[in-house]
Design a protein around this ligand. Structure first.
Ligand SMILES: Cc1cc2nc3c(=O)[nH]c(=O)nc-3n(C[C@H](O)[C@H](O)[C@H](O)COP(=O)(O)OP(=O)(O)OC[C@H]3O[C@@H](n4cnc5c(N)ncnc54)[C@H](O)[C@@H]3O)c2cc1C
Length: 500
């Protein structure tokens, strides 16, 4: 065996990114390498990031977590999608659900059948045929893999949870698997003068931690990859102009909605995340278009229930690192970039980057080709998610404030323009094969933001008019029956995973 073998991994940072990284590495490579993690309670974590997307279920399965135990210990709730309020026009709403609306037939996406019926004036909205929409309206939730004995898939879901409790939960998990945690503030990053590789980090108390490979999970500071190695940042604020947020908890909602809400405001938007013990709220806004005190007032005036604390300010710059892996260091989490929280994609990016890194992790020394492959694939993933987020801002009819005028009229990446043009022309989705968002997601957000396709896939003409009417009305009947049989979200939690 080579004497260069990578024996020790050092994770710097103990927020969501640090502990997901430590948990996954200890589970999948724990017998092959030693893992140490450094974090500082004095510095703390960003402490937000409480809404997720369904891919997190895969992470939980890999880690072998029991869902009920996980939800109970993080005071979690279930999430069927995100409700967008006032985005295309004031007064509008739509749910970006995690599942398909209707059912695809003969390889043709349901929205083509729906569009055909809508063009002849015989259909309701797309969401009339969505199991998720009806369950959300009736505040219901349960595990449901399939709808009765039909071909319709059941409820796809994710979680809301308390970010602090989530990090603590993964910390216990990781420590039980042998991860060694150090408390302390990193004072210097010590690099080999010749190779540029990181050899160790030194803490304020003088303690030095050596390693063969380093993961930078230090949040927006990007202490290793950004500050020490000087890897630059690609700024995307011309497309994603929000740069500040205020986060504040308020009283628990009753009943508990099984979805996140994102309400457009005059210069940004406000989130509402229901948890078992409180509601997470935040106002994400652009400091070019609104003053901080106005933003605070707007947030506090729009809470449902009393605030339980003072609003906490956060600053960020949307974009990504030029490279994610340099020398023997990879940035994961906020240190690698931030695309703003509109579609709850940050925790997913942590998870997918950890999984990509594990699949390319070097055995004895870093190969430039592995590193470039990691950087290439991660850049593509960031760009695909970026385009999906821009769609929400740009595709609006709102021009009632300077912020919305800017968003509506800004130039967007060509990759997104192509997708919008394609959908507008024929309802087709120009989705890349490895895009995180499925066709159903692109279709819902395009339609929700007011793009109506001029045409539909001709294969949807295979049904005659009567068959199409029956197809649509059968779907609605099946959905209503399925939702009638579901418990409420509160009942489901009480029976399975209520927090103490
Ligand atoms: C307003 C807002 C809302 C968000 N909402 C969502 C959401 O709904 N869903 C979602 O998926 N994501 C969301 N995110 C993103 C999410 O919060 C982060 O992706 C996630 O928390 C990971 O953060 P992190 O671990 O990278 O950084 P942090 O939480 O900032 O952790 C950094 C760690 O590094 C340590 N550290 C830093 N410097 C040093 C040092 N010198 N010495 C020692 N330790 C150090 C800190 O102590 C800490 O442990 C949101 C982000 C923001 C800003």
């Amino acid at each position: 065996m080579s004497e260069h073998r990578i024996k020790k991994l050092v994770v710097v940072g103990g927020g969501t990114a640090g502990w997901i990284t430590a948990a996954a590495f200890s589970r999948l490579l724990g017998s092959a390498i030693e893992i140490e993690l450094v974090e500082s309670e004095t510095i703390g974590t960003v402490g937000v990031g409480e809404a997720t997307i369904p891919q997190i279920i895969r992470l939980n399965k890999i880690l072998g977590l029991d869902e009920n135990d996980f939800v109970k210990n993080t005071f979690g709730t279930f999430k069927l999608g995100i409700e967008f309020v006032d985005w295309a026009n004031k007064g509008d709403r739509y749910l970006h659900t995690f599942g398909d609306a209707g059912v695809n037939l003969a390889s043709v996406h349901f929205h083509h059948y729906w569009r055909r019926a809508a063009m002849s004036g015989t259909a309701n909205t797309l969401w009339h045929y969505s199991l998720h929409e009806l369950a959300a309206q009736e505040v219901k939730f349960s595990q449901l893999d399939r709808v009765g004995n039909t071909q319709m898939t059941g409820l796809a879901y994710a979680y809301h949870f308390d970010a602090g409790l989530y990090a603590r939960y993964l910390r216990s998990y990781s420590e039980a698997k042998g991860v060694v945690r150090h408390e302390g503030i990193v004072q210097s990053v010590d690099r080999n003068a010749e190779s540029g590789d990181i050899e160790s980090i030194t803490l304020e108390d003088g303690n030095s931690i050596e390693g063969d490979f380093f993961i930078d999970c230090t949040g927006f500071r990007a202490l290793l990859l950004g500050q020490s190695m000087g890897v630059g940042y690609r700024d995307w604020s011309q497309w994603l102009p929000c740069d500040r947020a205020l986060a504040v908890p308020s009283e628990r909602l009753s009943p508990l909605p099984p979805y996140t809400r994102a309400t457009a405001r005059t210069a940004g938007w406000q989130w509402r995340i229901p948890l078992q013990h409180r509601t997470g709220n935040g106002h994400v806004y652009s400091s070019n278009f609104i003053e901080d005190d106005q933003a605070t007032e707007m947030l506090l005036q729009n809470l449902e229930g009393d605030a339980l604390d003072d609003p906490r300010p956060l600053r960020f710059r949307t974009g990504r690192r030029e490279r994610f892996w340099a020398h023997n260091c990879v940035a994961i989490g906020l240190s690698s970039g931030f695309l703003e929280p509109l579609e709850s994609t940050s925790i997913h990016l942590i998870q997918s980057n950890v999984s990509r890194l594990i699949s390319l992790f070097p055995r004895d020394r870093v190969h430039a080709a592995d590193r470039e492959e990691y950087n290439r694939r991660t850049a593509i993933e960031f760009e695909q998610i970026r385009d999906f987020l821009i769609l929400h801002y740009h595709q609006t009819q709102r021009e009632d404030t300077e912020f919305w005028k800017y968003c509506k009229n800004m130039d967007v990446p060509d990759t997104l323009t192509h997708k919008i043009d394609l959908f507008k022309a024929s309802g087709r989705i120009g989705r890349d094969v490895d895009d995180l968002f499925r066709d159903a997601s692109w279709a819902q957000v395009m339609l929700g933001q007011g793009i109506l396709p001029d045409d539909y896939n001709p294969m949807a003409d295979k049904l005659n008019d009567d068959q199409l009417t029956a197809f649509l009305s059968d779907i609605r009947t099946i959905i209503e029956k399925a939702v009638a049989g579901l418990p409420t979200h509160d009942q489901y939690i009480a029976a399975n995973c209520a927090a103490d």
